[in-house]
Design a protein around this ligand. Sequence first.
Ligand code: PMT
Length: 432
Amino acid sequence: MTPAGGGAPATPGAAGSAVGRPRRILLGVCGGVAAYKSADLVRRLRERGHSVRCALTPTAVRFVSPLTLEVLSGHPVFGEEYLEPGRAGDEEHIAAAAWAEVLCIAPGTAHMISTLALGLAPNFLSTLALAFRGPVVVAPAMHSAMWEKPALQENVERLRRSGVTFVGPESGALASGEVGLGRLADAQAIAAACEGSFQSLTLAGLTVLISAGPTQEPIDPVRYLGNRSSGKMGFALAAEAARRGAHTVLVAGPVALATPPGVERIDVRTAREMEEAVRRHAGAADLIVMAAAVADFRPAVYETEKIKRHAGTPEISLVANPDILASLATLAPRALRVGFAAESTLASDEAARKLAAKGAHFLVANDISRSDIGFGAEQNEVTIFGRETDSETLSRRPKSAIASALFDRFEVRLAELSSAAEAGRESGSGRS
Ligand code: PMT
């Protein structure tokens, strides 16, 4: 599949067989060139055993024939132009919403995404979406300039926060002839996302410990050594862990961010306070992600009174702070341990050295020399280095989407660690 381009990673069933039981999928088709691909999507969904009904917006009808979708789905299509004669239109969208177990909007246009984000209902499909209570999957398709527009990304974020799953868009040739991020995701990836939307509590029963934000190392009562971390990346990770059902503990340095729903938050200021909080929870954690930008050094002496300017320029000597991540291999040997690396560049051999030095399973590197990602930015682009896996780059996208893609990878590794532990128990050797 296309992890690097923004789509979901390969999942069981992505090659053509359904995950879970067959579902009733309502496919909402919006008006864009990619609407013609909805015909193939209907076929793929039906091949996987699902029942499919289609609802078309008035513009979609100009790109794909309702008759085609009717024949392929085996059902009449929904839409304002196809309301059953003699039946009140305002009942039909309720009936359609009640029939569906999952609403899949593919292709999702910028207009439809923003309409859903604002809770508007200008046409049959958006009215149906408002009335629908189950999982919603959106597969966007549009020109990359439209997809990247901050106003649209804010609406995508808003929908993600309310639980909508986005699959894609992917990079490649666009209808304009240009190449960029904006192509409709592969039909099998969309089908897998629809099936996966019923399995969202994938971390239920597990404990995830995350650190976020900067640390502040006080020099005197008013001054400190700190860094530019806003905490956004770590908070996005915590929100994703909680959304997947994990008991989530977030150790946060000083940041101005609201606690994500369902997250247990511990506020700290210094590296040593962060170390103490992380140590307290590490033993119970199945997964630990150190996204915090921990100060490596602190002033050797804390001046209890504000240092006066007239006393001359002070010399501040520094001492090393504890390396929290490195200590976790001993404290939490059974947990999956992940570090972040704030680097301008990170070569594979350097990443391997850092992975070993930190005793981590994964290192997620972000380029801090760029202003559009990393420190303080709404978006990030990361390269994941693993002990036993090739590096993989996740292209620039909102930090919530990076968090989601990272957890997809962490879950695969957690499952491997769990199987290895099980095998170890069976052979009587235990997991190391
Ligand atoms: O917070 P945002 O504004 O959203 O920005 C996100 C981020 C850029 C801060 C984040 O994605 C990131 O890169 N965090 C790690 C920053 C960092 O401290 O990198 P490092 O290369 O110095 O440290 C490597 C790893 O060791 C990190 O997981 C760090 O948490 C950990 N560490 C570092 C020093 C220390 N004394 N103890 C540690 O545990």
